[in-house]
Design a protein around this ligand. Structure first.
Ligand code: F6R
Length: 248
């Protein structure tokens, strides 16, 4: 794993967006795996800015959504689909028809997981997967478990994850308790991973991710086994592992 230590969120976002932009310039029909949440938000802002300045076009790019809350309408203000539409698709020339997403209202959840997994398997594979890390160590919505789930699946969210999402919903009943996510196997098959982490609040989970044993109980630890994984983190997120970084 390559660790890029940056000063702040802005630098983290610019560093990540430059890598993504270069990939799309080199391969116009690149496949990108899109994460949502606060960590990649400014990455999408930077990419939209680069598009505006005619430095890159996303017209031929295909996108795969990393995860989605179960039960929310596609254009619900908190759906991950809407997040991507509002923050990226509507601000660039990305063609919405090229965005693959879970059907959050699917009646048959197993069928929906297989549909999504098959779609991904039939593609040329994700060129760049953007990721954040949750406080439980989740990547996508792969919460701590006894094994690393391989394929797209349906998950019950951890209480800690539900609590972290509470601020975005008007009342507790509205907060989704379940979600669809790509599996760890699918994430690990992406050719390149860009992992974004910022803020002191993530320093504990970063220490466990980088220094503890590789275990499905902290799903993000598996990232250390990927052949091309770049973790871009600010100094606050890295503050508990500073000594180890300096040793290298
Ligand atoms: C979002 C996702 C999650 C987040 C993680 C960190 O699509 O898959 O794993 O990346 O919960 O969230 P933030 O970035 O809001 O701290």
């Amino acid at each position: 794993m390559r660790i890029v230590r940056v000063d702040n969120y802005k630098e983290m976002s610019k560093t990540a967006s430059d890598i993504i932009k270069e990939q799309v310039i080199l391969k116009k029909d690149a496949i990108i795996g899109f994460a949502t949440g606060s960590s990649p938000l400014a990455v999408y802002e930077c990419l939209a800015e680069d598009y505006k300045n005619k430095m890159v076009s996303f017209k031929k790019v295909r996108g795969f959504q990393l995860d989605e809350y179960y039960g929310l309408e596609r254009l619900h203000s908190q759906s991950f689909y809407y997040y991507m539409k509002k923050n990226f698709m509507d601000k660039t020339d990305f063609d919405e028809a090229n965005f693959e997403a879970f059907d959050a209202l699917a009646a048959d959840i197993n069928k929906e997981c297989s549909r999504y997994e098959t779609l991904l398997a039939k593609s040329d594979g994700i060129d760049i997967q953007i990721l954040g890390i949750g406080n439980t160590g989740h990547i996508g919505f792969n919460e701590p478990a006894e094994t690393f789930p391989d394929e797209a699946h349906f998950v019950k969210l951890e209480k800690e994850t539900i609590d972290a999402n509470a601020k975005f919903f008007a009342n507790t009943e509205e907060i989704p308790k379940y979600a669809f996510t790509l599996g760890i196997g699918s994430i690990m098959k992406a050719k390149k991973l860009i992992v974004l982490v910022n803020g002191r609040g993530k320093s504990d989970i970063i220490k466990k991710t980088l220094c503890g044993p590789i275990t499905p109980k902290i799903p993000a630890t598996v990232l250390r086994l990927h052949p091309d994984c770049t973790l871009i983190a600010d100094k606050e997120a890295l503050e508990l592992v500073e000594d180890r970084l300096e040793e290298k």
